[in-house]
Design a protein. Structure first.
Length: 307
């Protein structure tokens, strides 16, 4: 697939407190992985505005984030989620880059886009910032596809090791969206049980036990997610591309390797070719061991381009 890699330098301005796992080195590692696989990095020009955010988030949450950014130091939204000077712009550029990726894929400039940004987004609920996430960038991008481009159905596949509770909360109110998450069970944020299917039966959760390695993970993704994409027939597929299910990641306990992410990239690209007119938008979520993140992003992107 012809694959575009988008970022914005403002996403490096989300300065982390000392020792916090979500820091700018993560984005630098992801970008290094893309460059190492031969990709040119394109800077996004889009900054999400309030109207775009309101497709997903309550006004009170938007106001909270806009008002919480400190002039110096850090402001803690919760025990895990912080803002520093520059954090608001980073979050708006992250969401905007997802929207630009949708625009570029929908106009045929690329078949696939990988959006390398931070802060991550999939834990941010419609009315709550949490889990390192301020705004739910992938949900904002999906809502943009539905409402701006007139797409009739979208699917979001979340391969982060943590359940995308925020994306699920949005999808539960949006029957035009399918949300499917494969994640480790019984870790943060404590959601994503298999029985959570949503009022529109458009939610799929595949919790896996600690220690699960590539073969079982691949089988679950294939039978639990890829087959569902074929039935739902989305016009655009999104991927919450977290790489923290890697065996080296310090925040969880699955045991994937780079080859597993290459396999996932190839499978998701093939699914997009079959059911969504070769339209695929992937957005960086987690991944907290920088060397593993760099290798995994490179493997994933190489598989997309080769598909």
């Amino acid at each position: 697939m012809k694959t575009l890699v988008l970022t914005h330098p403002g996403c490096l301005g989300h300065g982390a407190p000392e020792g916090h796992p979500e820091h700018s080195g993560r984005l630098e590692a992801a970008l290094a992985g893309a460059r190492g696989s031969g990709f040119e990095i394109v800077d996004s020009l889009v900054k999400a505005d309030r109207a775009a955010l309101e497709r997903v988030h309550a006004g009170a949450l938007i106001d909270q984030v806009f008002e919480a950014e400190p002039r110096a130091g850090w402001a803690m939204i919760d025990m895990d989620t912080y803002m520093a000077p520059g954090s608001l712009d980073a979050a708006l550029y992250a969401a905007g880059a997802g929207m630009e990726a949708v625009d570029r894929v929908m106009t045929g400039e690329a078949e696939a886009a990988f959006v390398a940004v931070r802060p991550p987004g999939h834990h941010a609920e419609p009315d709550r910032a949490m889990g390192f996430c301020l705004f739910n960038s992938i949900a904002v991008a999906a809502a943009h596809a539905l409402d701006h481009h007139g797409v009739s159905r979208v699917a979001i596949v979340d391969i982060d090791v943590h359940h995308g509770n925020g994306t699920q909360a949005w999808a539960e109110t949006e029957p035009r969206a399918l949300f499917a998450s494969i994640h480790q069970d019984w870790i943060y944020p404590g959601t994503g049980a298999a029985h959570e299917t949503g009022r529109h039966a458009n939610i799929i959760n595949l919790p896996l036990a600690q220690g699960t390695a590539g073969p079982e993970w691949r089988a679950a993704l294939e039978t639990g997610v890829l087959d569902s994409l074929a039935r739902f027939e989305p016009e655009l597929i999104f991927v919450s591309a977290g790489f923290d299910a890697h065996a080296d990641d310090p925040l969880a306990g699955l045991a994937l390797l780079e080859d597993d992410y290459a396999w996932a990239g190839a499978q998701l690209a093939a699914a997009a070719r079959r059911v969504s007119a070769s339209r695929l938008v992937c957005m960086l979520e987690g991944g907290y061991d920088c060397p593993a993140l760099e290798r995994s992003v490179g493997a994933f992107l190489g598989a997309l381009e080769a598909a």
